[in-house]
Design a protein around this ligand. Structure first.
Ligand code: DGT
Ligand code: CA
Ligand code: CA
Length: 573
C-alpha cells in the first residue's frame, strides 16, 4: 500500500498537535512541523526515494530519528509514536484546538478539569456556564465562545492541486485496469486545474459487465464508503480526500465529462444555450425530444450549441462562452511551448542540486535555457549571495556555458526588495546579469500602500526585470500580504517590468485572475518553477495550468521565446 507524502506530513502534524496539547518540549514539536513542511513540499514521493535507497536524513530538517520514522510509516503504514500519543488522548482534543480562542493549553485544561473531549462537549459546558474560572475563561469569553460555536460553519478543507494529483493518479490507473472500462478521467475542479480541489470527481465509461464499482470501493486507500449505487459511489480515502465516481455508457462519455468537469456556472450557461435551440443537455447526452443528437465527445456537445470546443481551464463562466461564440477564444499556452525556466536555485543558496546538475536536468527537459536565481545577501537563512559570491557564480556559469552543449545558463539572482524599496545587491553587479528577478521575503506587515510603494520604488531601478511571487501567498497556509496589484501592474507596464507566475504548487502567484489582468494591461509574464532541486523543475505544469486559467497565450509568456527574443523583450526602455 503506497504511503503518500501528504499522509506522512499529516501524521507528523497530528503528532505535533498532540504533543502541543500535552505541553511537550517546543523544540520537538517544531521539529515535527518542520519535517511535515519539508515532506509536503518535496517534488518526489519519499516512498520512491526510500525504494531507491536514498538517504532521507540529507533533507533539510530531517535527522536520523525522523528519517527512521518516515521509513516506519512507509514500511508499515503506522507510526508507533503517534499511536502511543493517541492512546493517551481522546481524538476530539485536536479538533478543540481548531476553535478560535482555544489553544493547546486550554484544550488540555478543559479536558483534564471538565472532561471535555469534543466540540459538542464544549458547547454544552459553555451553555451551562461551566467554563468560568477554567484556564482564563470569564463570563465574557464564555459568551464569545458560544457565539463562535453558533456561527461556526464546518469550514471545508481543500486539497492543493499537486496533493490531489498524488492521490488521483494511482486511483485512476487502478480503475482503468477494471473489467470493461473503455475510458476514464478525473473531471471537476481538478480538470479545470484549480489551485485547490474540494473533492475528486472521477468519470468512467464502461460496458455493462464492468466490475469498476467493486474495484473502486475496495481500493486499498478507501477509509469509508459513503454511498454506493449501480452507477455512482462516493468514498473517503485515508487522506480524508473524498472521491465521487460516476460510471456511464460509452455513448454518454462526452456529455458526462462535460457535466462533471463543470464549473456549475459554465454548465448552466451551456444548458441555457441548448434550451434556446430546443435541446435538452444533461450528463447522458444532448437530446431533441427523446432523440439523442450528441454526447459521445465533449466537442459534439459544444457543436450542438454552435460553439467550438472550450478548454476546461476556461470553463468558469467568465466570458468564455461569448468569446467562443464570437470565434475569439484564446489559443491557450501549452507546456510544450515552454523553452526554459526563469526561476531556479542551486546549492549556492538554499537549493539542493549543483549548478551543473540543474543545467543537465533543464537540458533533459528539452529546455534551451535556465536562469539561475539564487537568493541575495539579505536572505541569510537561505545563505543568500553577496556581490562577491555572485561575481564568483557568474564566472562559474560562464565556464559551464563554455563546457556544456545544448543549454544556456542565464546569469540571474532572486534579489530581495529591501524594506525601503532598494535592491539588496549593488547596481554594478546587477548590470553583469542576464536578467534580474526581484522578490519580497520579509516585512509582510506593511500597509497596502506602503507595500505597493516599496515595490514600485524597486521597479524604478532599471535592473528590475521580473517581480517574483508578487503576493507572497502560500496556498492554504498563508494569505497574500496587502498589496495593490493593479497599481503594480500599471507601474510594471510603464517601466517595462514583467510579472512572474510562480509555478510552485504552494504558490501559483500571480493567480489566474491577475494573469488575465496582466494580459489585458499588456504586461508580460514569466513562468518560473522556483525549483530548489532538479526535481523541482517539473512543477512547470502547475504554472501552465494557472496561466491557462488566466487566458494566457504563447505570446503573453516570456519563456516561450528563444533567449535572443526574450532578451529584447525584457530590455528596459
Ligand atoms: P470542488 O470539488 O469544490 O473543487 O469543485 P468542483 O467544480 O469539482 O465541484 P463538485 O465536485 O461539487 O462537482 C463536480 C462538477 O459536477 C461541477 O464542476 C459541475 C457538476 N455539478 C455538480 N452539481 C451540479 C449542479 O447542480 N448542476 C450542474 N449543472 N452541474 C453540477
Ligand atoms: Ca470536485
Ligand atoms: Ca464532487
Amino acid at each position: 500500500m503506497p504511503v503518500h507524502n501528504a499522509e506522512i506530513a499529516a501524521a507528523f502534524d497530528h503528532l505535533a498537535d498532540l504533543l502541543e496539547i500535552e505541553g511537550a518540549n517546543p523544540f520537538r514539536i517544531r521539529a515535527y512541523r518542520r519535517a511535515a513542511r519539508t515532506i509536503e513540499d518535496l517534488p518526489r514521493s519519499v516512498a520512491d526515494m526510500l525504494a531507491q535507497g536514498e538517504d532521507l536524513s540529507e533533507l533539510p530538517g530531517i535527522g536520523a530519528d525522523l528519517a527512521g520514522k518516515i521509513a516506519e510509516l512507509v514500511d508499515t503504514g503506522h507510526l508507533a509514536a503517534l499511536e502511543e500519543e493517541k492512546g493517551r488522548m481522546p481524538p476530539g482534543l485536536v479538533e478543540l484546538t481548531n476553535v478560535p480562542g482555544i489553544g493547546p493549553k486550554r484544550a488540555w485544561a478543559l479536558f483534564s478539569k471538565l472532561k471535555i473531549r469534543s466540540i459538542a462537549d464544549l458547547g454544552k459546558a459553555a451553555a451551562a456556564g461551566k467554563l468560568r474560572g477554567i484556564a482564563g475563561f470569564g463570563a465574557k469569553s464564555e459568551a464569545r465562545l458560544l457565539d463562535e460555536l453558533k456561527h461556526r460553519r464546518q469550514v471545508q478543507h481543500r486539497f492543493r492541486l499537486d496533493v490531489a494529483e498524488d492521490f488521483a493518479e494511482p486511483l485512476l490507473a487502478h480503475l482503468k485496469r477494471a473489467k470493461g472500462v473503455t475510458q476514464a478521467a478525473v473531471a471537476g475542479s481538478f480538470r479545470r486545474r484549480k489551485e485547490t480541489v474540494g473533492d475528486l470527481d472521477i468519470l468512467v465509461a464502461a460496458r455493462a459487465d464492468t466490475d469498476v464499482m467493486q474495484k473502486f470501493t475496495s481500493y486499498d486507500e478507501v477509509d469509508e464508503v459513503v454511498a454506493r449505487g449501480e452507477t455512482r459511489a462516493t468514498v473517503v480515502l485515508r487522506s480524508e480526500l473524498q472521491v465521487d465516481l460516476r460510471v456511464v455508457p460509452q455513448e454518454s462519455y462526452g456529455a458526462a465529462l462535460h457535466y462533471f468537469t463543470g464549473s456549475k456556472a459554465h454548465n448552466i450557461a451551456i444548458r441555457k444555450l441548448g434550451l434556446k435551440r430546443g435541446l435538452k443537455i444533461n450528463e447522458y447526452g444532448v437530446f431533441r425530444g427523446t432523440k439523442r443528437v450528441a454526447g459521445s465527445t465533449e466537442a459534439s456537445v459544444y457543436e450542438q450549441v454552435g460553439l467550438p470546443y472550450i478548454a476546461p481551464e476556461l470553463r468558469e463562466d467568465r466570458g468564455e462562452i461569448a468569446e467562443a461564440a464570437a470565434g475569439r477564444l484564446p489559443r491557450l499556452i501549452e507546456l510544450d511551448d515552454i523553452r526554459g525556466d526563469l526561476h531556479a536555485h542551486t546549492r549556492e543558496s538554499d537549493g539542493k542540486s549543483t549548478l551543473r546538475e540543474m543545467a543537465e536536468a533543464a537540458k533533459a527537459l528539452g529546455y534551451e535555457y535556465l536562469a539561475i536565481t539564487d537568493h541575495s545577501r539579505h536572505a541569510t537563512i537561505a545563505r543568500g549571495l553577496d556581490a562577491r559570491r555572485l561575481a564568483r557564480q557568474i564566472k562559474a556559469i560562464d565556464k559551464l556555458n563554455s563546457q556544456i552543449e545544448g543549454i544556456q545558463i542565464l546569469k540571474s539572482t532572486e534579489v530581495d526588495i529591501l524594506a525601503d524599496g532598494t535592491l539588496d545587491l549593488p547596481d554594478s553587479i546587477l548590470a553583469e546579469l542576464d536578467l534580474v528577478v526581484c522578490a519580497i521575503h520579509y516585512k509582510f506587515n506593511l500597509t497596502e500602500r506602503e507595500q505597493t510603494e516599496r515595490v514600485i520604488r524597486a521597479m524604478d531601478n532599471r535592473h528590475f526585470n521580473i517581480f517574483a511571487h508578487p503576493t507572497g501567498r502560500l496556498i492554504e497556509e498563508r494569505p497574500a500580504y496587502p498589496i495593490d496589484l493593479e497599481k503594480i501592474l500599471k507601474a510594471a507596464k510603464e517601466r517595462g517590468c514583467c510579472m512572474e507566475v510562480n509555478a510552485h504548487p504552494t504558490r501559483l502567484d500571480i493567480d489566474d485572475h491577475y494573469c488575465r489582468l496582466a494580459k489585458e494591461m499588456g504586461v508580460r509574464i514569466a513562468i518560473g518553477t522556483d525549483a530548489h532541486s532538479t526535481d523541482g523543475l517539473r512543477f512547470m505544469k502547475y504554472g501552465i495550468g494557472q496561466a491557462r486559467r488566466g487566458w494566457l497565450e504563447r505570446k503573453d509568456v516570456l519563456n516561450t521565446r528563444p533567449w535572443g527574443e526574450l532578451q529584447k523583450l525584457i530590455a528596459r526602455p
